[in-house]
Ligand binder design. Structure first.
Ligand code: DOR
Ligand code: ZN
Length: 429
């Protein structure tokens, strides 16, 4: 049993956080009237001055298991998630081998039971993520997949994605789409623009994303099957999604903290550390993403947590792999950029980082009512700290936020009533 005292409860439904204690019994949120009068044997957290919110649901992480365990594994990934306030993480299938069979999904689903948080898998849309032959959506779902994605790569053939959408709709799964036209972006390292020209290298143009988002919106409309756009990075994509939603297309979208805080200029300062797919764009795109978060066009903030080893990231810009280790900074970056600037209220941030992603995937998470799973994050919204990637629990220390001072710090993460992360143990009595 766990009693959280004196905190402010912040959830998606409330405009303002409300001061309230929370009692947890048998892994569930339990009415306060059931708190025994004798508190001995009950753990108590004093959350004075803290926010208590539903645990974050990160619908886009790469845990690299199996195949790339030097970058991350499900246990280090889960520990990093817990440090970031994330209690449910959904991992992408671009592993080796690719998670494209029910056997592999079942194996992962079994192994993640020992992890600190809930880890759920996506199955691949196509065999080996080669974009040719469909996987068995219904069988993947039966084995534990909560969605389908070839993330890292687009499904380039419209014919293949059209067929996949018919199947995923039948199976009741959403497809998460990596929108970049592969021929237009090749393996280029940065946005096509001022910085690529300055460096004299080819770039990944924004139109490569916009075209695929437009195509996907049309395919979702055509099939009536839900599609979710991964890591939106361009103003054009936000515009297309906004119009598609207004027309009733079953489309949802996520962005990542780096797309509403950083621009392509970061490449000039940090080189490969700022290399990510899609690439960091322009201030115009950053502002459009923030507008999309403010007006509801963008439904979710996910990390696209993409850990790589130091040696891999130390390669020259054009050779180094793309990706940012994002789990341990996402809440703080979001609070700093959107809450402390007055752009979004806390309830909307919790909606974007927990309630809505859970809803998109049909997960029973992201709420904080009586009887709900006691998956919670307790954070100090005003605590300042400086990002030190050496202290990350993730194997991936690759972050462009190193050395930045952020405002907002996770203090405790609780999963099914169990404390899985504590910033300072002295708070636990
Ligand atoms: O930067 C990225 N890294 N973007 C992706 O889509 C894939 C990811 C990875 O797997 O490293
Ligand atoms: Zn990804």
């Amino acid at each position: 049993m766990l009693l959280i005292k004196n905190g402010f409860v912040a959830d998606a439904g409330s405009a303002e956080p409300v001061k309230s204690d929370i009692f947890i019994k048998d892994g569930k949120i339990t009415p306060l009237k059931d708190v025994p009068s004798d508190l001995s044997g009950i753990s108590v957290i004093d959350a004075e001055g803290m926010m208590v919110a539903p645990g974050l649901v990160d619908m886009h992480v790469h845990f690299r298991d199996p195949g790339f365990l030097h970058k991350e594994d499900i246990f280090t990934g889960a520990r990093a998630a817990a440090a970031g306030g994330v209690t449910t993480a959904v991992c992408m299938p671009n592993t080796s081998p690719v998670l494209d069979s029910p056997e592999m999904i079942a194996d992962l689903t079994e192994r993640v039971k020992a992890a600190d948080i809930s880890v759920l898998p996506y199955g691949a849309v196509t065999a080996g993520q080669r974009g040719e032959y469909l996987t068995d959506a219904a069988a993947l779902k039966a084995a534990g997949a909560v969605g389908l994605s070839d993330d890292g790569l687009p499904v380039m053939s419209a014919a293949v994605l059209l067929a996949a959408l018919h199947k995923s709709k039948e199976a009741g799964l959403v497809i998460i789409s990596h929108c970049e036209d592969a021929v237009l972006v090749r393996d280029y390292a940065v946005n096509d623009g001022i910085v690529s020209r300055k460096l004299g290298i080819p770039g990944r143009p924004a139109i490569a994303e916009d075209l695929m988002v437009a195509r996907d919106a049309m395919l979702a409309k055509e099939t009536g099957a839900p599609i979710h756009i991964a890591h939106v990075s361009t103003a054009g994509a936000v515009d297309i999604i906004r119009k598609a939603k207004a027309a009733g297309v079953p489309i949802t979208a996520e962005t990542c903290p780096h797309y509403f805080t950083l621009t392509e200029d970061e490449i000039l300062l940090q080189g490969a550390m700022a290399r990510v797919n899609p690439p960091l764009r322009t201030p115009y795109d950053v502002n459009a993403i923030i507008d999309g978060l403010m007006d509801g066009t963008i439904d979710a903030i996910a990390t696209d947590h993409a850990p790589h080893s130091a040696a891999e990231k130390a390669q020259p810009l054009e050779k180094a792999p793309s990706g940012i280790s994002g789990l341990e900074t996402s809440l703080a970056v979001t609070l700093t950029a959107l809450y402390h600037t007055g752009k979004l209220p806390l309830g909307r941030i919790i909606e974007l980082m927990s309630t809505r992603p859970a809803g998109i995937l049909g997960l029973n998470k992201g709420r904080i009512g009586i009887g709900d799973d006691a998956d919670l994050v307790i954070f100090d919204p005003n605590k300042e700290w400086t990002v030190n990637p050496v202290a990350f629990r993730s194997k991936g220390h690759n972050t462009p936020f190193a050395g930045r001072t952020l405002k907002g710090k996770v203090q405790h993460t609780i999963r099914a009533g169990k404390i899985v992360y504590s910033e300072e143990h002295k708070h636990v009595i």
